[in-house]
Ligand binder design. Structure first.
Ligand code: SAM
Length: 216
């Protein structure tokens, strides 16, 4: 019998703990890198919706901003995130213009090679509302990306399968360089996603306990 997504999540959950990742989402980014070689030649990155910080950890380990002053990584989230050496952190809502402006300002006219967004709003369980809010988050990420990403740069974002994201993929703004990719460490259906969010919230709590971080 094949592995259920729950088994798979458990495997990645354990692996993340063993390897010191703050959340198992790290494996999604690592798998995307294996598939698309995301980090070659990359020096400037924006990590949107970054907490608790496993994608920033991947960036830290791959790009070494703590050692290389040419590397700049800006991580943003609604929630406070435990510090990571070399990662510039901002707390804010990426759908707010002021946050978008602050991110752009942080880049001081420089352009990013890569923008990544693993945003997930709190789910209400009301499908249409959840889908709408998720789409707004994606659009906000895209809006920021249009201001900071250099021509030919890479934008990686989590998107649920839904009518609005399909429409987004058809706009002129996004030139899809790759077909949608689903890393094996991620889940697919809305229900699975809701479960994953719960699991990730558990991860966050576990990590916060480990790091002695108090939720604000
Ligand atoms: C799945 S978690 C991201 C996990 C992260 N990539 C990692 O590897 O640790 C989704 C994050 O989206 C953030 N988020 C949701 N809506 C947001 C918003 N409007 N602005 C900023 N962050 C947001 C949440 O606070 C949450 O930390």
């Amino acid at each position: 019998m094949g592995r259920s997504s729950k088994d798979r999540r458990d495997v990645y959950y354990r692996l993340a703990k063993e390897q010191g990742w703050r959340a198992r989402s790290a494996f999604k980014l690592l798998q995307l890198d294996t598939q698309f070689d995301l980090f070659s030649g990359v020096k400037k990155v924006v990590d949107l919706c970054a907490a608790p910080g496993s994608w920033s950890q991947v960036l830290q380990r791959k790009l070494k901003p703590q050692e290389d002053e040419d590397v700049k990584v800006v991580a943003v989230d609604l929630q406070a995130m435990a510090p990571l050496d070399g990662i510039i952190q901002m707390q804010g809502d990426i759908t707010k213009e002021s946050t978008a402006t602050a991110i752009v300002d942080h880049f001081e006219g420089e352009k990013a090679d890569l923008v990544i967004c693993d945003g997930a709003p709190d789910v209400t369980g009301l499908h249409d509302i959840d889908e709408y809010v998720q789409a707004q988050l994606l659009l906000a990420a895209l809006n920021i990306t249009t201001h900071v990403l250099k021509p030919g740069g890479t934008f990686v974002a989590k998107a649920c399968e839904m009518k609005r994201t399909t429409a987004l993929g058809e706009t002129d703004v996004v030139v899809p360089a790759h077909a949608p990719s689903q890393p094996s460490s991620s889940s697919s259906s809305a229900q699975q996603q809701q479960q994953q969010q719960q699991d990730e919230a558990d991860d966050v709590e576990a990590v916060q306990e480990e790091l002695n971080v108090v939720s604000l």
